[in-house]
Design a protein around this ligand. Sequence first.
Ligand code: GLA
Length: 391
Amino acid sequence: MYKITPAMGWNSWNTFGAAINEKVIMETADAIVEKGLDKVGYEYVVIDDTWSLRERDENGRLVPDPEKFPHGMKYLADYVHSKGLKFGIYSCAGVVTCCGYPASYEHEYVDAATFAEWGVDFLKYDYCNRSEGTPGHLLYKRMGTALASSGRDILFSACSWGADDTMVWIKETGAHMWRSTGDINDSFGSISALIRQEIRHMQYNGQGCFNDLDMLVVGMNGNGNVAAGGCTYNEYMLHFAFWCFFGSPLMMGCDIRNMSDEAYEILTNKDLIRINQDKAGRQPFFLHKMEKNPVAGGDYYAQYDDYVIALGRYLDDGKIAIGVFNISDYKSNMWPSMLLTEAVGVPEPSGKTLLMRDIFTGKEEKATNGLYNMPCEPHSCRIFIATVVDK
Ligand code: GLA
């Protein structure tokens, strides 16, 4: 399925791991609609690994575990569809999945047909336990083609963790999104490590095949299958804002049924979702190199590609999103080596400047002399929507 904006939804893995069942999935679908998360764009409800029996049936078909899913997958898909949502499932390009359940290698066409019959709209396709002889691009081409010819519109979500230079070949396969990273966990260490790794892949993101930075941990607060201590409000906001800025798919991972108000506020931030879902799907770019400020007593100014990341992104309506992501432990005062306006294509002699709207405070202010000060607390972000205006 071709979709021009990053997929949004929920995936069972981060919170539930193997503890999934029909009830959890139905209650999650209910909660998505009750809380109005569908209204801001979240639409896919995806079941991750461990949903099937350990053996295929006599016709070589996958069988949902009857203890976890007593009414089968068609019933569940129908329920999710009745809520106006879409239904996703998981398989793997290997012989068995990462958790050791039967996977789709040499069963690509029968599995795609089965998923289509059940009413599946989204397939997450993992990369564990694969056969030595078949290269990754062929494994994903097999399933991509099987889905495309299955008779049903099924969004293809590749999950090969960036291995084997995924970014070079993944667009060939018909995938809507490609996982570029190892697994996230619910800690700021994990989030910041993924960010530092992925800023080198900005050029591989965009419409047609989005770079998937992994499911969100916003709102997990130290609980669930990928628990690792949890994060503060500001850290979760930075995490969500970066994923939005980057154009990553937004797959929530927390327990939607018991979501905190803070998590709700972050996950429904309209400005951030607007940046993420911008129709043009343009990649972000570095605003300028950060330098150490010789006169800033004590403040630390790391190199742009390490700890204080300043990005711009052109939006479809002519506005420019501007973000500062401070993943360091020190306050940053942003001492640019280049004028901010110049960095986004608005040179001083043009007579123009930027009207900066801070999306968190609502404050609007013009950049002056090409500059705008964007101090940023540690483990926090600043996000602006800039409009080009007369000086
Ligand atoms: C891999 C994936 C995860 C999750 C698990 C399930 O580790 O990267 O996102 O799907 O497998 O086993």
